[in-house]
Design a protein around this ligand. Sequence first.
Ligand code: MCN
Length: 784
Amino acid sequence: MTALDEVKIGGLGASRLRVEDQRFVRGRGTYLDDIKLPGMLYMEIVRSPLAHARITRIDTSKAWQIPGVRLVLTGEMMAQRNLAWMPTLSYDTQAVLATDKVRFQGQEVVVVVADDPYIAKDGCDAVEIDYEPLPAIVNPEQSAAPGAPIIRDDKPGQTDNTCYRWEVGDREATERAFAEADVVSSLKLHYPRSHPSPIECCGAVADFDAGTGKLTVYMTTQAPHIVRAAVALIAELPEHQIRIVSPDIGGGFGNKVPVYPGYVHAILASILTGRPVKWIEDKTGNLISTGFGRDMYLDAQMALRRDGKILAVRMHADTDQGAFFADAQPSKFKVGLLHSAFACYDIGIGYITAQGHYTNKAPGGVAYRCSFRVTEAMFFQERMMQAAATDLGMDQAEFRRINLRRDVAFPARTPFGFLVDSGQYHKCLQVGLDAIGYDEFRREQAAAREKGRLLGIGISTMTEPLGAGNSREYDILGIKMFDSAELRVHLTGKAILRTGARTQGQGHETTWAQIVAHELGIPADDVVVEEGDTDTAPYGMGTYASRSTPVAGAAVSMAARKVRAKARKIAAHLLEVSEEDVEWELGRFYVRGAPERGASIQECAMAAYSNMPDGMEPGLEATAYYDPPNLTWPFACYIVTVEVDPETGVWDVLRVVAVDDCGVRINPMIVEGQIMGGLTEAYAMASMQFQTYDADGNMIGANYMDYLLPTAWETPGFELHEVVTPCPHHPIGAKGVGECAAVGGPAAFVNAVIDAIGDAGVRNIDMPLLPDRVWTALQTRQSV
Ligand code: MCN
């Protein structure tokens, strides 16, 4: 036997079809709603219709009288068990059920548990609640206004609506750089509130066994181990008696990271009734109360030299956190990784301040397809880049060329402390410019303008820190983060792999097996991947912030290498040579100088259980925990061309070019799928997808008539290109990719539209660029 063909066995670089799709396309997936346990009860939630009100009366007596209603929970009952409030991941508190006041429309007030979901809904309708309305605060400006009602009057010592203040960078050096600048470019922007909107909503089936004291919770979570710890702490239950199982998940996109009150209700209801209890959000519940991202206002300036060199940046962000600070991250930086902005540019100095504001809106700040506020960071960065180039009268591509880090500049420290370790930024930009035909488009644009046609081109270049996990180079969270993998190779050479990550559609079952194939030569089809069950998976931190490949993927590699190291000893034993004389080629060991004498990995596996060397522990398995030395830094260049209709403000996308450098691609097809999905979300952000609230705090966007997502019909085509700069510290050179296009893409679309119409005075249009907003901007332009 000779070395295997890596691509043929489904190793690195193979566009292997997704194995999980075998069950998904046949309707054989097991999603939360497929779980039906004997004697199961169903839970529904009464939500507040008002954004801000005092609760003066709750009467549940009529609900209790409905046949089939088994339990009606109020905040008062929760308070008796010390469960009316729970800690959030951001070190704040959140009401589990409202007691004194409601603080956002959709807040959970009463829970009804019944024999079937319809009776539970009837029970909800029978609950009587009296509210005394209070003025609603729906944005940071109102929140900070003198005399504004204090939203969090439940918190001792809270005398205003400030949730946090935070700063990073060198203020004095930044001021000095601004004093020396030839040009100061300023911009104010808003990244609107938005919802990840997975097809499957959040939910849980809680099953408390009073006999054993064991609590099993099936739940749609992206981070089962973290949720297990949270449940243990919130409900004061022993962690070893809690099993969290995350079944197949119908999309997460960040929505399923936080610990929501509904999970706690279902758990308590199961403990109190002694029966399994199922809670599944309906779409309105999901859209109105769980998992919002963005909602950040930026006021920023850039200090520039006339020749195009950026001297410094200064940014202030006001963030609308909603009623509870429940960002899905315990970041010590409060606004996540906002300060990763400008990491790809050679800027030495900067200063960022941020203020979080409580408002009467559902808790925001979920890492919606972004690594903790990186989406906002990169959008602001690339919009500022466009504005600055315009202020200098400089070409957009040239301005980026002047400021992008050069290949020789790595590793480079950003003004905010990150260490950017690698990249080929100029090559990436050039591939994009060549693919779109930049110079030719500029000529076409000028010619079209002569005829009254508005063509535009927008560029977005960015690197983002992916792989939340490192605690050595850059301590993001104030806690150590890592991930894990456990690989067991059975006697026949087939293997089972478990990790602490949790796929929600990304394809881990396919790609992790490819890493094992690459490291061991076991065909990927012979490796089964399991994730999501805390009773069997090794401890891990979950899947979000595109951290799985950088951290769990690395752990898979390390576990396989440990297995290979043991197999090498077994091979030496089988081949009757010393270990030093054993060489490795994919799938087999052989004797140095006598390549015909070899032992396959499968033969070694058989021997590990039947003919191991004396003194060796039987079996062929290993567990690896990976705490990476740094984040991974993928780079991307997105270029979009558009045509704007001057009569209506409607804009059409002409072309979208994407150049992504996510290092070594494990599965190119899956990577391309991730990029296309991200670009679709980028287009959605730029064109239609946002949630807002009226003056009374009623959400506009709680259904799919008001909250628009693009269908295949609207979504433009994408032209994908790649550059490969292997990550220097990842065992197989891979970097994260899952969110890059969603993070970097929106600015390319907006920049293109502004480029089409902005030459005569339009500086900004806030997303989404609805036709009426563009049309209004066009009127400004025409009057300039
Ligand atoms: N991959 C690869 N080669 C690389 C990098 C990644 O083959 N160099 C593969 C990975 O093995 C994995 C996929 O691409 O199968 C995404 O990997 P990664 O970038 O590590 O991201 P995660 O697996 O951690 O997924 C998280 C990311 C985020 S943050 C959101 S939000 C998101 C996303 O992925 N949510 C998704 N993509 C999604 N895709 C689907 N279908 N559903 C979601 O909920």
